[in-house]
Ligand binder design. Structure first.
Ligand code: SAM
Length: 371
């Protein structure tokens, strides 16, 4: 049973999500705006973990039931399952009827799943960032915090085009081609990836059909190119299976994982759309651990985040804003040397890699001591 206060919060979240979805999904925009006045639908989210009581979890749960083959008229509105019907006056009614009809499988997903989109398109920023901090001379040990299914740990197996330059294996199944808004990244080559480790409190398996389908369900149903690219990235991951996934909280596993990396490798800690899920104290704890690890071995960090990512968001605040809109991530890199750390803002990027505003060496820098 949901209490009034929770309902008020949910209503606000649905209204906010309607604004968020306006540009990219007419279906979710419409549903989110209208469901804000349908408590009997929103309240199915009461079964979710408190920080997951959000519209995108409900939408992903419904999408997942549809992707699993549910035969229902709601499918007519979902391009991901062949639907072609435009959003109309009865779409919300159909959605509400679907939520009633498939109450059990939706509830099961809402209780057990979290929205943990794994977006290979984010490699559009991570790849040149890695090249700029790590170079190509040494083997790399990649450690990803909040890796989901670990798809970004295969970033060296994707093909990229940055303007007129291409890099990555010819014939790779996944192609990443961000629209360049800033400079073209100069350095693109990276060293051999000697180890790939991902930490996640709920890692997904690229070979488990339910997990792979859940990842697809987290993509918005009109975005067929993203769904295809995700399927290709899952194929690559399934063909290699050389990512070591560590289940648990990243705060607990960061230091032991970095310390266990091959001694001759340069450890590069990656994170994207992950730190935003941490509270302020935990984010500080991550930075302290990195500072300590940076005194023990050669270390670099590349992070791509939309919120809670300092000092990079502070560095970004001083840059001109050429009408990028609110929907952007910042890409930052940190290196540690002789008791100093250097944080450089490398780029701004659309959260799924559609465009990249690369600053590289021209990006603002903050230097500090770690001792
Ligand atoms: C939005 S997903 C991003 C996945 C991937 N980094 C990407 O950009 O495609 C965030 C992931 O972080 C994980 N996560 C969030 N907080 C965590 C924590 N404290 N410890 C471990 N994993 C966490 C979630 O389980 C989820 O898989």
């Amino acid at each position: 049973m949901i209490v009034n206060e929770q309902l008020g919060t949910l209503r606000e979240r649905f209204r906010w999500f309607a604004t968020e979805a306006r540009e990219r999904s007419e279906l979710y925009h419409h549903l989110s705006a209208t469901l804000a006045d349908r408590p009997e639908v929103m309240e199915v989210l009461a079964a979710a973990h408190p920080n997951q009581q959000r519209p995108n979890l409900l939408f992903a749960a419904v999408h997942d039931v549809l992707l699993s083959g549910a035969d229902d008229p709601l499918a007519e509105y979902y391009p991901s399952v062949g639907g072609t019907r435009p959003v109309g006056a009865d779409t919300t009614e159909r959605f509400a009827a679907f939520v009633r009809r498939f109450a059990d499988p939706i509830d099961q997903r809402i209780r057990t799943r979290a929205t943990q989109t794994n977006e290979p398109g984010r490699a559009a920023g991570l790849r040149p960032a890695l090249a700029s901090v790590a170079g190509s001379d040494r083997p790399l040990a990649l450690v990803e915090l909040g890796c989901s299914a670990g798809l970004l740990l295969h970033l060296d197996r994707y093909r990229y085009r940055f303007g007129d330059v291409e890099v990555g294996p010819a014939g790779a199944q996944v192609h990443i081609e961000p629209q360049l808004r800033g400079a073209r990244p100069e350095q693109l080559e990276i060293g051999r990836v000697a180890a790939r480790t991902g930490i996640d409190r709920a890692p997904l398996s690229p070979t488990a059909p339910d997990d792979a389908r859940w990842l697809q369900a987290c993509v918005w149903p009109e975005d067929l190119p993203r769904m295809r690219r995700l399927a290709d990235a899952l194929d690559i991951a399934a063909a290699h299976m050389d990512v070591h996934q560590v289940r648990g909280d990243l705060i607990d596993h960061l230091a032991p994982t970095v310390r266990a990396a091959p001694a001759d490798a340069l450890v590069c800690v990656l994170h994207s759309a992950a730190l935003a899920y941490l509270g302020g104290q935990d984010r500080t704890a991550v930075e302290r651990q990195l500072d300590e690890l940076g005194t023990e071995r050669d270390l670099a960090r590349v992070g791509l985040e939309g919120g809670g990512f300092d000092p990079f968001l502070t560095l970004e605040a001083d840059l001109p804003d050429p009408a990028m809109g609110a929907e952007r991530f910042v890409l930052g890199a940190t290196t540690w040397q002789d008791g100093y750390r250097e944080d450089r803002l490398l780029a701004r990027m659309q959260p799924h890699g559609a465009w990249l505003d690369w600053l590289g060496e021209a990006g603002p820098v903050q230097r500090s001591t770690t001792g």
